[in-house]
Structure formats: C-alpha cells, structure tokens
Design a protein around this ligand. Sequence first.
Ligand SMILES: O=C(CO)[C@H](O)[C@H](O)COP(=O)(O)O
Ligand SMILES: [Fe+2]
Length: 223
Amino acid sequence: MYILSPSILAADFKELGKEIQTVDKAGAQYIHIDVMDGEFVPSISLGMPVISSVRGTTKKVFDVHLMVDRPERYIQEFVKCGADIITVHAEACTHLDRVIQQIHDAGARAGVALNPATSLTALDYVLDKVDMVLIMTVNPGFGGQKYIPSCTDKIKKLRHIIEDRGLAVDIEVDGGINKDTVHTVLSAGANVIVAGSAVFGEGADEKVREFLEIMSGYGKIQK
Ligand SMILES: O=C(CO)[C@H](O)[C@H](O)COP(=O)(O)O
Ligand SMILES: [Fe+2]
C-alpha cells in the first residue's frame, strides 16, 4: 500500500494547524514530523509542545522522525504527545534493538532510519522487528536538498531483502522527493513517500493530489 507523508518542516509554522488540515483533507495519510536536536544533525526544529498542540488538528498518523542522539531518552514522551510511528536513526542508537522494543512497549510503531552513507547491513538483525525502514535520500538536517542518486540502489536492495525474507516492512524515503524523483523511488520499491518542499507552499492541496495520482500508478493507495 502506498502512503504520502508530507513533511511539516516546509510548512508555514504560524499556520501549522491549518497547514496540517489542508494536507489531511487532500488525502495525505501520514503527517511527517522532523525532530532535530542540534547534535545528531546541525539544526534544531521542534519538539513535544508543538506536537502536542497540533495533535488535536487531525486524526491522521503522526510519523515522527527523530534526528536525535540517544533517542531512548524521549520515546515515552513522544508517544504521550501523540506520535503513532517513531523512527530513530541506527547511527544515533548504541542499543538499537532495545530502542525498537522500547517504542513498541510504549504503544507506537517502530521505524529505523539510515543515513545515505550507512549500509543496509545495519538492519541485518532488526529487520524482522521493525514496522518501517526510512531510507534517507539526503543527508538529514535540512529540507529542500537534492536527492542523492546512490540511494536508489539501496532502496532496490532493501525491497529484495524484505521480499526474500517474507516480511511486511514499509520502505519510507525522505529527502529531495518531488514529482520527478518520486518515480525513481517508487520504481525502486519505496511505498511511503515523504515530501516537504514539494508539497507545502502555494497549492499544497493540489500537490498532495498530484503525488497521490502518481503513486496510484504504482499500486493501491492506503485509504
Ligand atoms: O528529514 C528531513 C530532513 O532531514 C525532512 O523530512 C526532509 O528533508 C523533507 O524535506 P524535502 O522534501 O524538502 O527534502
Ligand atoms: Fe524527515
């Protein structure tokens, strides 16, 4: 099933609730929320109070991408403020297996993100324990960057591994996804599409519909 997860990093923060409702009404199934700590990545974005305050604006899935060192410190709090999926970076966790367990114990779905330079082998012993893998298609930390072409092969390889092992793990892609690059990642095997700067701005509702229309050419769209 194909899912669109607009990244609010590119939204107008003074109208955040309305921006979320616009993409919700247009059919986006997830809302992608980027949390940056100024340590794991250079920038600082937003945290729990913002997530709590927009939680009431939509019933859609909050897809929280933690670009945070040692995320085990915050899992329970993010679930409490409304996260439905929590994705942690393999590079930020000393005990990745334990953090995945912690996310599930807190009642959320668990994702693991890999930076462009991180090998798929980081997933060898956890792939059967996660709900989603996030393949970063830019170096994390900022919106509006260019898609890194070497990530395409990684998405393809991961799709083969998931199929070979008979698993039902979603492949999310994040960074530089627009109406051109989305074809590349969909053909490679991604099924959860994050897009920030290609969605928010003028006509966000129309852009969501355009993405969903493209995605429907590859398979069933999740309702
Ligand atoms: O995780 C992220 C950055 O680290 C964002 O989700 C991503 O960059 C989305 O922005 P864009 O679609 O503009 O590239
Ligand atoms: Fe993200």
